[in-house]
Ligand binder design. Structure first.
Ligand code: MTE
Ligand code: MO
Length: 459
């Protein structure tokens, strides 16, 4: 795989993998009917792209591929331990199409144009947000500890034990609080990873409903517990784990769909996304969807972790690092309504067809609020056009945990030149997005949901 990853350009040669097969497609890339997009798989697996672009999954294509096969991935390599002196010496391999904003810890997002190719984001192309090294967890010896207020006794459950509970699947988007931070930073610098607008993805998650488990363990609706705390198996140098909590109401709501998930898109969770078990808290900020779940504690208080107490909170644009008091703001839970344009990209040259241009993107709101409308403007808000909602999921009526994809053909009055494309979404509470980042700027660069505005040139 190291050899493969070194072959990711036309100069050095283009290698890709499919299953265990390694293919040198340097001479094929120029002939690829789908054009340059194939270069996104260079140095890695073509499989997530074949999931996005279903036309590939045909015997003829596999047969044609065989002509380019130069070898196979070494089976031994998968089990070779990494450099143990480096806390980040045992990280999983990542798809080269992901764009890292930090390597250690690993944080990366896919190219935004891929998000609108499919309602379900393939696991390998789903953004990754890690605060610490990825723990190596053995599914055979894995144990989840559960304790706290209202439970008859403390308990440890294996993965097998968890799988005995009824299996539940939900489609839900997960978004980082810092998604779109790079736009907010343009107003004034903020502290945080410089995310574009692809720190969000949409997947199907399968596992045990937390409320089923807690009820089975004897928790009553009138419990005095107010919060459910989650702890990860990833720890910092002082052995402190990643942690977060959610309100008991969300955890106990049978229609809240909080999961202890062991599958993503029908496959076991990958290491980056929390193998073997993570919390999925639909409609709630990514930070509470704790990966590599090691412990659950029912309590009167919120998690005392750094990430619950002194991070992931919103503040006024007037508050800076000298004046901030983290105790004065609540921890972010449900996220506000957001939307973004995925194609065209900022700065792209866009062809006018029949007097119109094509625009595509995603929209989502926290708390299960459905996206009811998308407005797009090509003249800085003088006129607005309603986009079509092309993909929407309502399998958990009335909650819409999943994102919505949309597309619009917008009439343009000019023949060529620069213009701006703006988008805003409206959710089922008729909440909409603020017009400008300057009014929602905050020192951590979270909750960035202003209109998405891009400049393109049309011809
Ligand atoms: N859980 C653990 N244990 N450690 C982490 O660093 N990051 C959180 C959350 N759960 C994190 C975690 C944050 S901030 C986000 S946005 C999501 O995981 C990202 O999930 P993903 O990497 O599967 O996209
Ligand atoms: Mo996040």
């Amino acid at each position: 795989m190291k050899d493969v990853s070194e072959h990711s350009s036309r100069e050095k040669g283009v290698w890709v993998t499919y299953g265990r097969g390694v293919y040198d497609i340097t001479h094929f890339v120029g002939k690829h009917p789908g054009g340059d997009k194939i270069m996104m798989a260079a140095g890695g697996s073509v499989e997530p792209f074949w999931t996005l672009y279903g036309v590939h999954k045909k015997p003829e294509i596999l047969a044609m591929m065989e002509a380019y096969r130069i070898g196979n991935i070494d089976e031994v390599e998968a089990v070779t331990p990494g450099d143990l002196s480096d806390p980040y010496g045992n990280e999983p391999r990542r798809h080269p199409a992901l764009r890292p904003s930090s390597e250690k810890p690993y944080n990366a997002e896919p190219p935004p144009e891929l998000l609108v190719e499919s309602f379900i984001t393939p696991q390998e192309l789903f953004y990754v947000r890690n605060h610490l090294p990825v723990p190596e967890v053995d599914a055979e010896t894995y144990e989840l500890e559960i304790s706290g207020l209202g439970l008859k006794k403390d308990l440890k459950l294996s993965l097998k034990d968890l799988k005995k509970f009824p299996k539940h699947t939900v489609t839900a988007a997960v978004q980082c609080a810092g998604n779109r931070r790079s736009e907010m930073t343009k107003v004034k610098p903020v502290k945080g990873l410089n995310w574009g607008h692809a720190a969000i993805g949409n997947a199907t998650w399968t596992g045990v409903k937390l409320c089923d488990l807690l009820k089975h363990l004897g928790l009553k609706d009138d419990t005095t517990a107010l919060h459910v705390q989650f702890e990860g198996l990833d720890t910092d140098v002082s052995n402190t784990p990643y942690g977060a909590s959610i309100p008991i109401e969300k955890a106990m709501d049978p229609r809240g769909d909080v999961l202890l998930a062991y599958e993503m898109n029908g496959e076991p969770l990958s290491r980056d996304h929390g193998f073997p078990v993570r919390a999925i808290v639909p409609g709630v900020v990514g930070a509470r969807n704790v990966k590599w779940l090691g412990r659950i504690v029912l309590s009167k208080d919120e998690s005392d972790s750094h990430w619950q107490q002194n991070d992931y909170k919103g503040f006024s644009p007037g508050v800076d690092w000298d004046t901030v008091d983290f105790k004065t703001s609540p921890a972010i839970q449900e996220l506000p309504v957001v939307s973004a344009i995925c194609t065209p990209a900022e700065g792209e040259k866009v062809k006018i067809v029949n007097g119109k241009i094509d625009v595509k993107g995603y929209a989502w709101s926290g708390g299960g609020r459905k996206i009811i409308r998308i407005d797009v403007s090509c003249d800085r808000g003088a006129t607005w056009h309603t986009a079509q909602l092309t993909d929407q999921n309502s399998d958990r009526h009335p909650h819409h945990w999943a994102w919505s994809l949309w597309s619009a053909q917008i009439p343009v009055s000019v023949k060529k030149g620069q213009m701006e494309v703006w988008v805003k979404a409206v959710d089922s509470s008729y909440n909409t997005q603020p017009e400008d980042f300057k009014h929602i700027w905050n020192l951590r660069g979270v909750l960035g949901n202003a209109y998405h505005k891009i400049k393109v040139s049309v011809y």
